[in-house]
Design a protein around this ligand. Structure first.
Ligand SMILES: C[S@@+](CC[C@H](N)C(=O)[O-])C[C@H]1O[C@@H](n2cnc3c(N)ncnc32)[C@H](O)[C@@H]1O
Length: 254
């Protein structure tokens, strides 16, 4: 691609494993298309992924209902010098057609959002409609079994049982997450809404399992993070897919 179109790659805050994977996915897609990408980040919040993608030269539209998150996103984009590439719009899955106004995107991110929407299937259909044919979805959802294990290992046996039995994987009425997912459920949902799953991996297994009092120094935190990264390298393991605190799925719009 011509140099002026080649996405800029600038040093940023070290992205987390999913952020780094999405930036790499975008670079690959961009090289294939020969231009920077149009990206939708639904529920993009304060822009952890959006700013990293903007710094790589892609044009990102973040749709999120929270004005506070969008204000933080705008501030971060300005501080990174990419306010022209990252746009925040207040809205949700229902607003996508209006926000995009006939445009389609090459990549859609939906990270930590499906837990909060009214109906995940309706939201995924709206995301599919926003994607160009062959466009890519990066979906990150919270896993049910991770919280069951974490609660049981912390001695919270009633909460562990609730998370296991509750239809939405909630551990109790004060659980901040409205919904968690099982891997097979996510993949069935994606198949119903017009996606083909290309990659599905569990992330952050140990960070949420090791009881907090056992991780009391920077060295411990670094050791657990390193172990989690090593576990991610063996992605494809069914154990990780099921036990990950997060399930990261890359799917292609049919
Ligand atoms: C856990 S945060 C995730 C933020 C960001 N995607 C990330 O990975 O750091 C969930 C985000 O979803 C947004 N949200 C809540 N309900 C939503 C909805 N119905 N549609 C779109 N986004 C929603 C929240 O405002 C919040 O920014």
């Amino acid at each position: 691609m011509p140099d002026e179109q080649r996405p800029r790659r600038r040093a940023s805050v070290r992205p987390n494993a999913v952020g780094a994977a999405v930036v790499a996915l975008a670079a690959d897609r961009s090289d294939r298309l020969g231009r920077p990408l149009e990206v939708l980040d639904l529920g993009g919040g304060t822009g952890g992924v959006a700013v990293a993608l903007g710094e790589a030269g892609h044009r990102v539209t973040v749709v999120d209902p929270s004005p506070d998150a969008l204000a933080a996103l705008t501030r971060r984009a300005r501080e990174s010098g990419i306010e022209g590439l990252v746009t925040g719009v207040q809205g949700d899955g229902d607003s996508l057609a209006e926000v995009l106004d006939g445009r389609v995107v090459d990549l859609a991110c939906c990270h930590g959002t499906l837990e909060f929407v009214d109906d995940p299937e309706t939201t995924l259909r709206a995301v599919a409609a926003a994607l160009a044919p062959g466009g890519v979805l990066s979906l990150l959802v919270s896993g049910r079994l991770a919280v069951v294990f974490a609660k049981a290992l912390a001695g919270e046996f009633d909460q562990a049982r609730s998370a296991l039995r509750h239809p939405s994987g909630r551990w109790g009425p004060t659980d901040p997450l409205p919904r968690r997912f099982d891997p097979d459920e996510v993949e069935a949902l994606l198949a119903r809404t017009g996606f083909t799953v290309e990659q599905s991996r569990g992330i952050d297994v140990l960070r949420h399992l090791v009881p907090a009092p056992l991780v009391d120094s920077e060295g411990d935190r670094a050791a657990v993070a390193e172990l989690d990264e090593l576990l991610v390298e063996v992605a494809g393991s069914e154990l990780l897919r099921i036990l990950g605190h997060g399930l990261h799925v890359v799917a292609r719009r049919d």
